[in-house]
Design a protein around this ligand. Structure first.
Ligand code: SF4
Ligand code: SF4
Length: 93
């Protein structure tokens, strides 16, 4: 049970201090998560703290390979013509 940081990470350091298990470390070409230390924040927080603070959509994946901040979730930018991210409330669409 661990999250994964992938290539789109911009090495901003934001996730490092919020991890309750010191599981995130600097590496090249991008930061990585120590799978032996990552608990997905279970027992410490309701949400994965690294994904909560990460400014880059798609940089952190769950164990199934799905992005915790999928495209459009942070920016609200249209995914494709006529398609809006699910994070945008229906009443302002
Ligand atoms: S999910 Fe939680 S424990 Fe795992 S790397 Fe992110 S902040 Fe650390
Ligand atoms: S917060 Fe996101 S972009 Fe910044 S270092 Fe962590 S994974 Fe990379």
């Amino acid at each position: 049970m661990a999250l994964e940081i992938i290539d789109s990470c911009v090495n901003c350091w934001a996730c490092v201090p919020v991890c309750p298990n010191d599981a995130i470390y600097q590496a090249q070409p991008h930061f990585l998560i120590d799978a032996d230390k990552c608990t997905e924040c279970v027992g410490d927080h309701d949400e994965a703290q690294c994904a909560s603070i990460c400014p880059i959509e798609g940089a952190i994946l769950d164990e199934l390979g799905d992005a915790l901040n999928p495209p459009g979730s942070l920016t609200g930018i249209l995914l494709s013509a006529g398609e809006l991210p699910s994070s945008i409330p229906q009443d302002i669409r």
